[in-house]
Design a protein around this ligand. Structure first.
Ligand code: GLP
Length: 244
């Protein structure tokens, strides 16, 4: 794991967008897995802008959505599906064969997981994975206690996830379960960016970087990834006890 520190959210997002865009230039068939949420929002916007303005061929990339709230339709503006549809899939005009999102309304959610694992395995793993971090240290919906050996799975949501998650919705919603890519795929990914900004993430970043490597604090898995980068702005870095 390496730590990269930036002055602010703009610089942090600019770095990630440039890195991903360069990676697509070098490998047009790149397999990219992104989280939705507030943190990667600007990265996705800048990435889309770059790919379009610089006419980067993105017709062969595979895009994978990290997670989804179980039971929510893709039309719900707080769903991960809605985020990706509007911020990435439509602007880049990705073909339906190029992107894979969990169907959170599927009757057989287990099968959704099997299908996603197959998509990843057939492509020999994820090239770049960009994730955020929850206020309980989760990544995707790998909640505290999730095994580092998990493939895609469905999980009952932690209380913190349920309450913090309300921020994405215009009305109060019932959030009970999530469906997510598991940590086995993260550990197999060729490169992982965990991104955080703002002082509210300072405590979870300190635990991620300086705390013990434990399934009780999911983001600590970054310590195990040789090509894992924790990208943070000065505010998110403010509680780190030493210079990294
Ligand atoms: C959410 C999602 C994660 C996301 C994290 C942080 O609940 N399940 O995929 O990365 O929490 O979200 P944010 O970037 O909005 O702080």
């Amino acid at each position: 794991m390496k730590l990269k520190r930036f002055k602010n959210y703009q610089e942090l997002s600019g770095f990630a967008a440039t890195d991903i865009s360069d990676a697509i230039k070098n490998k047009p068939s790149l397999v990219l897995c992104l989280a939705s949420g507030d943190t990667p929002k600007l990265t996705v916007e800048l990435l889309v802008k770059k790919l379009i303005e610089e006419k980067v061929d993105h017709s062969k990339i595979t895009f994978i959505g990290l997670d989804e709230w179980v039971g929510l339709p893709p039309t719900n503006t707080g769903s991960c599906h809605y985020f990706f549809q509007n911020k990435l899939i439509e602007p880049l005009q990705l073909k339906s064969s190029q992107y894979f999102l969990f169907d959170a309304l599927a009757g057989d959610l287990k099968n959704e997981c099997v299908k996603m694992d197959k998509v990843i395995d057939e492509r020999k793993g994820i090239d770049i994975m960009l994730v955020g971090i929850g206020m309980n240290g989760h990544i995707g919906f790998n909640e505290p206690g999730s095994s580092f050996d998990n493939l895609s799975h469905v999980i009952g949501l932690d209380e913190i996830t349920k309450s913090v998650g309300q921020k994405y919705f215009n009305e109060q919603v019932e959030l009970e379960k999530g469906i997510t890519i598991g940590f086995k795929h993260l550990l197999n990914a060729k490169k992982v960016f965990l991104m955080a900004n703002g002082s509210k993430k300072a405590e979870v970043i300190r635990t991620t970087v300086e705390g013990p490597l434990t399934e009780d604090f999911p983001a600590s898995i970054m310590q195990r990834h040789e090509n894992g980068f924790v990208l943070i702005d000065d505010e998110a870095a403010s509680l780190l006890s030493k210079l990294h």
